[in-house]
Design a protein. Structure first.
Length: 327
């Protein structure tokens, strides 16, 4: 079967590998599409090390169950599934407390274990979620990154009717905007890139203007920059809450007295917790993914897809469907 591997920094190739055999707790999944996100790009561009070369890429995968491991009972061959690509151990301290995003033994697909950009992959059954029937297959690509927003929303304790500011309208920001709009918040955003701004407006958010004095009860930082964090912090209304999703490693200017006087809550929101956040995303998927899903590439054009992904507003993804029906 085909798999897409990083053979050196900045260069991917299709390689030939054997079809894997599912262990007793696993499903064999025929992949139909895989999304590309910022963490894939940091691997591609060499900002994040991989255990070996060639390295199979990808983690935002959707597909169809084609075989059940011997111990898997209650699943159906032919079901469409979305993969939750962070396998937590459910045994360590953080897992036992429900915060599996802090799992001490977390297996991160595409980072610590080979990725899902392959014709067939094996996934533990509990990390392959049956897809909402109402959603077109291509839109399922968005469910994993959307779940990152679902977790941030849950942790922020945001409620309908509040004013929310989203800093950054890359794919995480856009997913969050979609969610906040659907949950009834008044959503504003800051995004310098004109096409991403248009997309954010199309999803129902309003551009923040420096002249406005909207009290933001909730701010979400998704740009992953120090400036983004400082901006979000300065614009959060007294008594409000700032949730950080972006992974900036640059120091920021923070005046403790103003955090205290303004009674601000600052929290980091790391991916999602198993199983609550995926369960919630699957139960209540949004209706606007088709607007976010922009760059579609075939597997043979994966090199182009990775090179272009940063510039494409919305979400880029790789489709497996055409080649498979032709071969
Ligand atoms: Zn991702
Ligand atoms: Zn754990």
């Amino acid at each position: 079967m085909r798999a897409l591997a990083l053979v050196e920094t900045g260069h991917v190739e299709i390689i030939d590998v054997p079809i894997p055999t599912p262990k007793s707790n696993e499903l064999l999944i025929k992949i139909t599409g895989v999304g590309i996100c910022g963490s894939d790009l940091s691997v591609f561009f060499g900002h994040r090390d991989v255990p070996q070369y060639p390295w199979i890429m990808g983690h935002e995968a959707v597909g169809e169950i084609v075989e059940l491991g011997s111990g898997v009972k209650d699943r159906q061959i032919g079901s469409r599934v979305v993969v939750e690509p962070n396998y937590c151990c459910m045994e360590c301290g953080p897992c036992l407390s429900g915060e599996t995003s802090g799992c001490e033994n977390r297996i991160i697909i595409g980072m610590t274990t080979p990725g899902l950009l392959a014709d067939y992959v094996c996934v533990p059954a509990e990390f392959a979620w049956d897809a909402p029937l109402s959603m077109p297959t291509r839109e399922l690509i968005c469910l994993e990154p959307y779940t990152v927003g679902v977790a941030a929303f849950r942790r922020s304790q945001a409620v309908s009717g509040q004013n929310a500011l989203v800093v950054g309208a890359g794919s995480t920001g856009l997913m969050l905007i979609t969610l906040l709009v659907e949950r009834g918040l008044n959503v504003y955003f800051i995004e310098p890139h004109p096409t991403r701004s248009e997309l954010a407006e199309d999803l129902g958010a309003t551009a923040h203007l420096s002249s406005n004095s909207i009290p933001y009860h909730q701010s979400f930082e998704t740009s992953g920059t120090a400036l983004g964090m400082e901006t979000a912090l300065n614009l959060t209304h007294p008594g409000g809450s700032l949730t950080l999703l972006g992974l900036s490693t640059d120091p920021v200017q923070l005046i403790p007295a103003s955090v205290v006087r303004n009674r601000l809550t600052i929290r980091g929101s790391m991916i999602y917790d198993h199983p609550v956040d995926f369960a919630s995303a699957m139960e209540n998927p949004p209706h606007s993914f088709s607007k976010i899903l922009r760059g579609e590439f075939q597997l043979e054009d994966a090199q182009k897809a990775f090179e272009a992904a940063r510039a494409v507003p919305g979400k880029s993804w790789i489709s497996f469907e055409k080649e498979q029906s032709e071969s």
